[in-house]
Design a protein around this ligand. Structure first.
Ligand code: PEP
Ligand code: MG
Length: 579
């Protein structure tokens, strides 16, 4: 039976393909029979996975002891103790072994059966504390399943062999999950939760595949292998469409592709407005592998390299040599064009292995530069790697989530230490490397002059600036309708930062999602912005808009929008601006 679901389209385009159901919880496990003679081996595989999880928990415990972060570390230690107790309970170590033997089934399936049993028992528990332990039980089971797979994340072996028309249907996907799709092509993905500027959505745009979030019930209603249509522009999913609908969407899909192809004609054109003002259009990347897309887009530089993606989906952190190689590849690949490398912005929805690290990593917690300053060794390694790569191109450093001058000073000191070390070791780097700051916290935007004195350039992170100004969690679909780039407070902050930076002759860019939204290109031009950084996939449509814009026409309307406090008026003025 055909039916339609509506969600939040976060990456445009149309995909038609077969559904593949996944969850990041990785408890969607396969079920298969194990031949009699291999049952003992399967039990051993299970024992090994339990042993690996034990080692993992030991390592985590050591790390917590070593870092000693007061209450947070006490909480974490308590949480680990609970996990260890659960892991050592016979219901986890023994029962699944018995199930494997009894049912001749794979270890994952045996664990799932046992987990279902345990979770059912929790349903009758009255005590709230005990009921909450349900999550812990589930998390321990997830760890074992991950250990069985020999890796974290949601890309199962099966996916590697799947056809390119695979459409992933998930309850939720972490950014760490989505980054894996770069290596394993999928046609689209849809999730039940998520906001339009969550990093999961941002990655979908950078992959240039259609994506829809906040569908609420897709994971429940869609069946494995069912034919589905994903219209990422309209935010619509059509399940089991009939032939007429399929034909209609195939036509739309072709039109979309044709329009994209047409745009490639302006790839080498200068991004110049009708009145002759030159605009810089740079690209945002996550991994060195994105360079090909950057080249195709005609970007004249990289305005944001989100380095945290080098740290995801792995148990260790990349060492100096590995980071140096990655930064050098990008610096050399851009042949003298600017490459802005942002220091590690981990925290909030971007956790290292896709797992939730708790309150310490909330959007208001130990994120980005705060995290780096609390991990001097990790930060030093990254700074040394960036510095060493700086002599292979036009590399600049960007500091995320700046809020105080003290943090900025501490960062400069950390950079000076890294420079002194390299000098003492006789290693070459660009001593004059420019240091910029992300303006993405309202406090930084309001008290901008304190940063203007020290920073060489600014980059406005509108995704976080909106999140923090409006107090809207960008990854939470229940408040997604309130996430509004056109809120007068947001517009005032952006316009003020641009004006003050221009007046002080400090280059300023916007590198949040607003920079890649063609509907906002003229508004930002009207505010005085001359430098945009966005996903390669958005660059040509934005360039086309730049080519068709005349600043003397655009500026007065942008000024009116800024003055108007009325959302409806802002909308109608914006329509006028884009007409
Ligand atoms: C932003 O906040 O706008 C930004 C570009 O950084 P990120 O999306 O990685 O937080
Ligand atoms: Mg940000």
């Amino acid at each position: 039976m055909s039916f339609t679901l509506h969600g939040l389209g976060v990456s445009g385009g149309i995909a038609i393909g077969h559904a593949h159901l996944v969850t990041s919880a990785s408890l969607e496990v396969d079920h298969y029979q194990i031949p009699e003679e291999f049952v003992a081996r399967e039990v051993k595989r299970f024992d090994k996975a339990v042993k690996n999880v034990r080692t993992e928990l030991d390592a985590l415990e050591k790390e917590i002891k070593a870092t000693q972060r007061g209450d947070a570390s006490a909480d974490m230690a308590a949480f680990l103790t609970v996990h260890r107790m659960i892991l050592e309970d016979p219901s986890f170590t023994e029962t699944p072994r018995e199930v494997i033997a009894r049912e001749s089934c794979n270890a994952e399936w045996a664990l799932k059966l046992q987990l279902d049993d345990l979770l059912a028992q929790f349903a009758d528990v009255q005590d709230e504390y005990l009921r909450e332990r349900k999550t812990d039980v589930r998390q321990v089971a997830e760890r074992i399943v991950a250990a069985l797979a020999g890796q974290g994340g949601v890309v199962p072996e099966k996916l590697r062999e799947r056809a390119e028309d695979t459409i992933l249907v998930a309850h939720d996907l972490s950014p760490a999950d989505v980054i894996l799709f770069k290596d394993h092509k999928v046609a689209a993905f849809v999730t039940d939760v998520g906001g339009s500027t969550s990093h999961t959505a941002i990655l979908a745009r950078s992959l240039a595949i259609p994506a829809i979030v906040a569908l609420h019930t897709a994971r429940e209603l869609v069946r494995e292998d069912e034919v589905i249509i994903v219209d990422g522009t309209q935010g619509v999913v059509i399940i089991d469409p009939d032939e007429t609908v399929l034909a209609e969407y195939r036509l739309k899909q072709n039109q979309w592709k044709l329009e994209r192809q047409k745009l490639s004609r302006i790839k080498t054109a200068l991004a110049e407005t009708l009145d002759g003002t030159l605009i810089e259009l740079h690209a945002n990347i996550e991994l060195p592998g994105d360079l090909a897309a950057v080249k195709q887009s005609g970007a004249t530089g990289i305005g944001l390299f989100r380095t945290e993606f080098l740290f995801m989906n792995r148990k260790d952190t990349p060492d100096e040599e590995e980071q140096f190689a990655a930064y050098k590849t990008v610096a050399e690949g851009m042949r003298g064009q600017p490459v802005v490398i942002r220091t590690l912005d981990i925290g909030a929805d971007k956790t290292l292995d896709g797992t939730d690290l708790g309150t310490a990593h909330s959007a208001l917690g130990l994120r980005a530069i705060r995290y780096c300053l609390s991990e001097p060794q990790l930060f030093n390694t990254q700074l040394r790697a960036i510095l060493r790569a700086s002599r292979f191109g036009n590399v600049k450093i960007l500091i995320p989530m700046l809020v105080s001058v003290t943090e900025l000073r501490q960062t400069i000191t950390a950079l000076d230490i890294a420079k002194a070390q390299l000098k003492a070791e006789g290693k070459k780097f660009n001593d004059e490397i420019q240091v910029g700051g992300m303006i993405e916290i309202p406090a930084a935007a309001i008290a901008l002059p304190m940063f203007l004195k020290t920073l060489d350039f600014l980059s406005i992170g509108t995704n976080d600036l909106i999140q923090y100004t409006l107090a809207i969690d960008r990854a939470d679909d229940t408040v997604a309708h309130l996430y509004d780039p056109l809120h007068p407070a947001v517009l005032m902050l952006i316009s003020n930062v641009i004006q003050q930076a221009n007046a002080a002759n400090i280059p300023v860019a916007v590198c949040g999602e607003m920079a890649g939204d063609v509907e906002l290109t003229r508004l930002l031009l009207g505010f005085g912005l001359r430098h945009f950084s966005m996903h390669p996939a958005n660059l040509l449509p934005v360039k086309q808009r730049v080519l068709m814009s005349n600043l003397p026409d655009v500026e007065p309307v942008a000024a009116k929008i800024l003055k108007s406090g009325d959302p409806e008026k802002i909308r109608s003025l914006l329509d006028k601006l884009n007409a």
